[in-house]
Design a protein around this ligand. Structure first.
Ligand code: AMP
Ligand code: MG
Length: 403
């Protein structure tokens, strides 16, 4: 049986092999958060476009502004002012943050390090050449590529695009991910379940996870545990860029997802992973599309999505697969788990000063969404560990939707 790392690498390898170029569209920078860039962005001029003061203070010649010197202030430069005249020896100019440093000046002295009487400014410290000035062109040259194809657009990338005037960006379209739940016991969320039925919460969590991963969810509803119904709905799902099913992948008599997929020509790369929850997770391709069969217990569905489906959506978006958001934390309470499988347990990580501490939450197993709603991470207990002691370092998989 594959470890979760091996299974994840398999997904990355196989989806990576098959992905074509993503169709793209032009999107305003105000709407492009989280999208993947399908063009290069170059600067329109040097950055900064002029020698820029980083402080409110005085523009000086560093040789003039020595300890005890008094220089006559002959004017002021505000941010945005056009600066044409050079600073003459023996004088200084008051200057604001973001303003252009005049020719002749080679340093800016913070206002806090000066005292002033009338026109005379007194300097107390030695002045270094270049201090508090960002030289023209030092952040980026004119025409330099600053954003690459395949980069994900976060707030900093969007601000950078806006800075250089690239206010409309060619972005990859979000991959469309079909979501199909299965199970005779499952009713749609707007229906009232019978005594022994349950609402289709998996389609809701999956749609949210698809969105966070950068995909466009296409919720197809629920298929009964019958080959014909499964086949029909899988067929529909295969029209999208990827298909994610929940339920029907265990060993039960009515777990028919693999058979239904096989009947439609699927090729499987794994159908079990050494994890708990989520062991029966299935990954394959069917008619050229990546297909995931995730176990139906809600927490299993959520964990296996994060481990295996999220990197596929990255790749289908035209980006590289992002690493799992694992962090290290100190275990706050001893644990005892069955060895052999890597456990992903609902847990709470707390940041207390320099210490990151995590404790597993009490739960009733992989159907317990109530417990998961109190968790902000999954505590990862490696397959070769039975006991983990308080104070040991453990890995934690952050719930990136809420942390
Ligand atoms: P399965 O993987 O099909 O054996 O499903 C395991 C359990 O997960 C079922 O017995 C249900 O309790 C639960 N389950 C399956 N599908 C869903 C769903 N769409 N929404 C919520 N819970 C589900
Ligand atoms: Mg089922």
């Amino acid at each position: 049986m594959l470890s979760y790392e091996q299974a994840r690498n398999k997904v990355i390898e196989e989806v990576g092999k098959r992905r074509g170029t993503r169709p793209s569209a032009v999107v305003s920078v105000l709407e492009a958060l989280g999208l993947v860039l399908a063009q290069e962005v170059k600067t329109d001029r040097e950055y900064p476009p002029f020698d820029r003061s980083t402080r409110d203070g005085y523009a000086v010649r560093s040789n003039d502004a020595v300890p005890g010197a008094q220089l006559k202030c002959v004017g002021e430069i505000k941010a945005g002012d056009t600066v044409r005249e050079a600073l003459t020896a023996g004088t200084c100019l008051q200057i604001m943050t973001g303003a252009a440093v005049p020719a002749g000046a080679d340093a800016v002295v913070m206002i806090e390090q000066t005292s002033r009487q009338g026109d005379l400014v007194r300097f107390e410290r030695a002045t270094q050449r270049g201090q508090n000035i960002v030289p023209k062109g030092s952040e980026a040259a004119a025409g330099q590529t600053i954003l690459m194809r395949g980069m994900r657009l976060g707030y900093a990338e969007l601000a950078l695009a806006a800075q250089v005037g690239a206010v409309n960006l060619q972005c990859a379209k979000r991959p469309r991910v079909a979501i199909l739940s299965t199970g005779d016991e499952v009713v749609l969320i707007d229906q009232t379940p019978g005594e022994f039925q349950i609402r289709n919460s998996n389609s809701v969590s999956l749609a949210a996870q698809v969105r966070i991963a950068g995909g466009e969810p296409v919720v197809l509803g629920n298929a009964a545990d019958r080959i014909e119904d499964l086949g029909e709905k899988i067929e529909r799902g295969l029209k999208e860029d990827a298909l994610v099913l929940s339920g029907g992948v265990s060993m039960g008599k009515y777990d028919l997802v693999e058979s239904a997929l096989k009947a439609m020509g699927a090729e499987f790369f794994f159908d079990a992973v050494a994890i708990r929850p989520g062991r029966p997770a299935v990954f394959g391709t069917c008619q050229g599309k990546p297909v995931f069969g995730l176990p139906g217990n809600p927490v299993s569905t959520m964990v296996t999505f994060e481990l295996f489906v999220a990197p596929a959506i990255d790749l289908l978006s035209g980006a590289e697969a992002r690493a799992l958001p694992l962090v290290e934390a100190r275990l706050g309470e001893a644990m005892n788990e069955k060895p052999g499988l890597t456990h992903f347990l609902p847990a709470r990580v707390e940041w207390r000063g320099a210490v990151t501490e995590v404790k597993a939450l009490k739960w009733q197993g992989s159907g317990d969404i109530t417990a998961l709603s109190k968790a902000n991470c999954f505590l990862v207990v490696p397959a070769d560990r039975e006991k983990v002691e308080i104070g040991e370092n453990v890995s934690v998989l952050l719930r990136k939707d809420i942390v």
